[in-house]
Design a protein around this ligand. Structure first.
Ligand SMILES: Cc1ncc(COP(=O)(O)O)c(C=O)c1O
Length: 382
């Protein structure tokens, strides 16, 4: 099988991750804690080291490991941030490019008197900072932007948006589900107050991992209460980070895998491979006039120049995306994602709401011969 669905989750994972997880499971996988027996302390230290590593990796402004909160995925991190910041009467500005992990919480919060407006994108799939600015109101408390669209791969001008939010004293929540491990994320330079990440895509970790980085002193409201493993006699949930926003047993097994994913990235990196494969794909598509990539012109072949990740929404003339996906799967044994990819408003903005697109998303383990095969397959669908 040829896998082109890395925007959903990276696959395969670097081989030693399974071995690292296996070893941890058989030797050390106890519940981590700051008090307790040796093995529990050791597991706790691993988790705390990973917090610091991620704080550095994303350049958290103070590199404070306690401000790296672990969650099961980006969705959970986004929910904790959104609900932790917003109060009835507040207003939120976000974008049409967001994943349902932002759109649905915002939709739900309307029932509690928290309103929002969504900035639209241009025909190439970019949201301009001026559009965000035009939507700000005196009661705007939070701006939420995805670093890169999971439909179009467009990398948004987040630094300019961060500066705008700083100047207006508005919290800025950045969703890096599509960029973590692929595009450098410098939380301090961007000026993001909150960064939600997922561990199972570009960071190469297993599913069930993700988190939220919290900058500054602004304390988020607690929206989940439970066990923290320390000071169990207290009836109130702990106020200090990281416990403040973590309740229940952490996915230590997954987090060990995430750490291994970071080890792999440190020695390999994936961006260059994906950039080269993208150029090969886009050059090949130039010769296939019955295909087009949403938001890109024929002849544009460098994702560095077009500010893209290696995620492409493809259309094949005369064939529905679903049909193309089926042919690729059945006849060519290739995995792509068709439809709306959990971001319906991005499709509405690009005019592809009805049937969506064929999303081809590359990863570090794709090869030039796999791209050739994809081009052969697309050549044959007409
Ligand atoms: C832009 C974006 N945000 C959030 C998410 C949600 O990530 P997770 O499934 O890890 O919760 C995704 C997943 O595809 C995404 O692409």
């Amino acid at each position: 099988m040829i896998y082109f669905d890395n925007a959903a989750t990276s696959f395969p994972k670097p081989p030693f991750i399974a071995a690292d997880i296996g070893e941890f499971l058989s030797t050390e996988a106890v519940n981590p804690g700051r008090s307790g027996f040796d093995l529990s302390l050791k597991a706790g230290q691993r988790i705390d080291k990973l917090r610091l590593r991620l704080a550095r990796f994303f350049n958290h402004p103070s590199h404070d490991p306690d401000r790296v909160i672990f969650t099961p995925n980006a969705t959970s991190a986004l929910n904790i941030a959104i609900q932790g910041i917003c109060e009835p009467g507040d207003h939120v500005v976000s974008t049409v490019l967001e994943h349902n992990s932002v759109l649905r919480p915002l939709h739900e919060l309307q029932k509690f008197g928290i309103d929002h407006d969504l900035a639209t994108c241009d025909e190439r799939g970019f949201v301009e900072v001026d559009t965000i600015e035009s939507l700000l109101k005196p009661n705007t408390k939070l701006v939420i932007v995805t670093h890169a669209s999971n439909v179009l791969g467009t990398v948004q001008p987040v630094q300019a948006i961060g500066q705008l939010c700083k100047a207006r004293g508005i919290h800025f929540l950045l969703d890096i589900a599509q960029t973590a491990g692929v595009v450098p994320v410098d939380m301090a330079a961007i000026g993001a107050d909150l960064v939600a990440f997922t561990g199972h895509k570009g960071l190469m970790g297993p599913t069930g991992t993700g988190g939220l980085l919290v900058a500054g002193d602004g304390n988020l409201k607690i929206t989940q209460w439970g066990g923290t493993g320390v000071r169990s006699a207290e009836r109130d949930h702990l106020l200090e980070y990281p416990y403040r926003l973590e309740a229940g047993t952490l996915n230590t097994v997954g987090l060990v895998g995430l750490n291994s994913g970071l080890n792999w990235l440190a020695n390999n990196g994936s961006a260059q491979v994906e950039t080269e494969l993208s150029t090969q794909l886009l050059q090949g598509l130039n010769d296939l006039p019955h295909t087009r990539i949403l938001g890109l012109e024929k002849g544009e072949t460098s994702i560095l120049e077009t500010h893209h990740t290696a995620v492409f929404s493809l259309l094949v003339q005369g064939f529905s995306p679903e049909k193309v996906g089926m042919i690729l799967d059945v006849d060519w044994d290739m995995a792509v994602r068709t439809g709306l990819q959990c971001a319906p408003l991005a499709h509405a903005a690009m005019g592809t709401s009805e049937k969506g697109t064929v999303r081809v998303s590359l990863g570090p383990f794709n090869t030039p011969s796999e791209i050739d095969r994809l081009l052969d397959a697309l050549e044959s669908i007409k």
